[in-house]
Each structure stands twice: as C-alpha cells, then as structure tokens.
Design a protein. Sequence first.
Length: 240
Amino acid sequence: AEVVIVENKDAAGALVAEEIIALIESRPDAVLGLATGSTPLPVYQALRTRISGVDVSRVRGFALDEYVGIDPAHPESYRSVITREVVEPLGLDPQRIHVPNGAEATIQHAGEDYEAAIAEAGGVDLQILGIGTDGHIGFNEPGSSFASITRVKTLTEQTREDNARFFDSIDDVPMHCITQGLGTILRARHLVLLAFGEGKAQAVADAVEGPLSAILPGSAIQLHPHATVVVDEAAASKLK
Ligand code: F6R
C-alpha cells in the first residue's frame, strides 16, 4: 500500500475529499464505499465545504456494514449514521445509497442481495475504510476469510467495548452485524484506509507490514493493487 502521513485529521479529510470530488467530476455516477465510525468523519466534513457546485445527483454509495438487532431508526444504526453524516449534508439521493439490511426477517438473504446490488452498480470505485483496534476492516473480525462476502458476523468483545461510546452502555451494543466481506472489499477499485491516534498504530502496522493472515484482517489490503493508507504520525508510529 501507499502510505501517506498527514499532519492531522483535517489534512486527511481534505486529501481524501479532493480525491472523491475528482472522482465524481470524472464519473458523475461514481460508486462510493462508505464507512461509519469516527474515522471517516473528517472526510465527510471536508466534503461538505467542497461539494457545492458539484453535481452529486447520480452518485451512488454502499455502506460497509450494519448492526443486526437494532431498529434502523435507532440513531446509532449505520443506516441512521449514513443518513445524518453523509446523505443529508452532502445532498445525495437517498435512493442511491445502500446500507446492508440487518433486519432479522430478511437476514438469511441480505448478504447475497447486497452483493448483487454492488455487482449491478458495476462495483465500488473508491472504498473508504477505517480499522478497528483489533485489526478489523468493515466488521471482518480476526479470523475472517480473505474471500468472504457480505454476511452476518459476531462482534468481538474488543469491538463492542470500542463502540460502547456510541451507546448508553456496552450492554446496548449489538452482538452481531452484517458486513461486506474481505473479498467484497478487495473488489473495490481503490481502497483508502484512514487511521488516527496511537490506539490504531499496531493495527496499521499489521495491515501494512504484517504477515498476510486471517488473524490480521487489515492485512488483506496488501493483496490490493491500489490501496492508499492515510494516517497521522501517531497511527504511523509502529510502521518500520
Ligand atoms: C465502520 C467499520 C469499522 C470502523 C472501525 C474503526 O463502518 O466498518 O471497521 O471503521 O471499527 O472505527 P472508528 O473509526 O470509530 O475508530
């Protein structure tokens, strides 16, 4: 992967936002791969200030993942987060923005349906990624197959602890999720992984320089011909 070390989150946000604007200008129906969590927020923030004058009416998007077992209307469902942080502020067409469906009634075929929708859109042009402190990308926790497709996974205790800050207590963090697989993510044409802070340093080092291993899901990016890793000094601190 190409590693870009930036001064701070705002610089990272600006850099990735410029890349996304250029993509949309060259391809008005570009397909964006959207991440949730804290890491991509500076990108979405930077896009807000740069998007006016850009025709986004045909932009399409696919979120990486969703919790299973919370109401889609819950403020911390990834459907809600994507609506609040991306669709509304950027003025995207909500019909063109997809989030995996974590509803129990349709969960059996939700993964396959999502894969089919991505394929029908012609695949993802630019996939934004964060990384978990346990090394996950999407919610592909350690032990995920590099060939995996969108499916239900169990969140690790570490991830539930990390994400408890979005909920009233850790007991409210769902146990399960539906996530694009590592195989799905690797099919995107450009991967842009962001990470900030010391807490991500080991996960970044493992992803960029570690052995290719299902135990280090982030290491899957080493198989991708066009992966960019945008990190601050702290997140880069364990790179050789
Ligand atoms: C989010 C996702 C996760 C997060 C990761 C880091 O859609 O798939 O992989 O990117 O858990 O989360 P933050 O950015 O909150 O540290």
